[in-house]
Design a protein around this ligand. Sequence first.
Ligand code: MG
Length: 368
Amino acid sequence: MSPRRVVVLGATGSIGQSARRVARSIPGRMEIVGLSAHANSAGLAEASREFPRARAWQSNGPDGADRLIELATLPEADLVLVSIVGTAGLAPALAAIEAGKDIAVASKEILVLAGEIVMSAARRKGVRVLPIDSEHNAIFQCLEGRDPAHVRRLILTCSGGPFRRTPAGELAAVTPEMALRHPTWSMGRKITIDSATLFNKALEMIEARWLFDVGMDRVEVIIHPQSIIHSIVEFVDGSQLAQLSRSDMGFPIQYAVTYPDRVAGSLQPLDLAALGRLEFEAPREDVFPALRLAREAGTIGGTLPAVLNAANEIAVEAFLAGRIPFPRIWETVGAVMQAHAVTAHPDLESLLAADAWARRHAADAITR
Ligand code: MG
C-alpha cells in the first residue's frame, strides 16, 4: 500500500503539529507533500526540515491566498488537511474538492459557514469530507457505512468547560485567566474560551448537522467531563455506539488518513481500569445559551450560522482583551443573531458578506 499523500494547511498550529507527529509515526501510510503556515516562519522551517520533500509556503504574504489554493490543489496530493483558523480555510477547502481531493476538516468555520456548499460540492465530485474534530470523527467511526435511516440521534460529548458547576450568578466575575484553564484538552485561546461558553459545542452541533446530513432536532449534547467518550450515535433500535480514546488529536487525524484501514502507530490506548469512572450530566442550557443559539442557527440555516460564528469571534476577542465580561459573549451573539436578516441558501459571497456584517455589528454592540 502506498502512503496517502497529504497537504497540511496550518502546519504549525496544534492540529498541524499532531498531523506531523502522526506522519512521523506511520511513514509507510502517510506522506506529507505540502505544508503551510500563516505567520510562524520558524515553525514552518522546522516542519520543512522534518519533511524536506514537501512544498512549504507561508500564507501571510500578499499572495498568501493563492499559495493556499496552489497547495490545496497540488497534483501529487490525495488528501488536504485544512487546519487553518478562521474563514481563510474555506476557499482552499473548496478548491481541493473541485480538484477531486478528499479533505480532512479541522477548521470549524468550513462546515459552520458553508456546510451546505461544501457537502454538496463533495457529493458532486465524489470526494470525502473527513472530520478531524474529535466528536465528529467519533460519530464518523460509529456510523461507518451504516444507513442514515437507521440513526435516531447524534450525541456530542462536551467536557462542560471549567464552569460547568459554577452558579449562574458568578459567571460575570469570570476572568480570561480563569476561562483559559481547560480541564482536559490543551488547545488554542479562542477554542478554550469557546469550550468555557459552550460555543465550541454549539459550532460542533452545526458541523454535525451538515457532515452527517441530519436535522438539528437529532443533534444533542451531553456533558462528559473526562472527555474519554468522544461522541455517541443512537440507532433507531435504541442501541448506542460510542468511540473512546485518549484526548489526543492524533487519533482522529490518523483515522482520517488511513480510513477505512486501521494501522498500528504510536498512539497510546486507554487504560480504563486506571481511569476508574466516566461521568455524564445534562448541559445547563439556561445558564449557557450557546446550545440554544446553535439549535436556532442550525434550524433556520442560511446565513445565520455564519453570523453566530462571526459574532462569537468578535465577542471572544473583546473578552480576552478585558473589554467585556464573560456573559456578554453570548449576549452579544444573541443580539447580533436577532438583528440579522437571514438569506436562505446563500452562495459563498453572501456568506462572507454576512460574516463581515456580523463582525461589524458585534463590534458596534460591544462598543456601545
Ligand atoms: Mg471538538
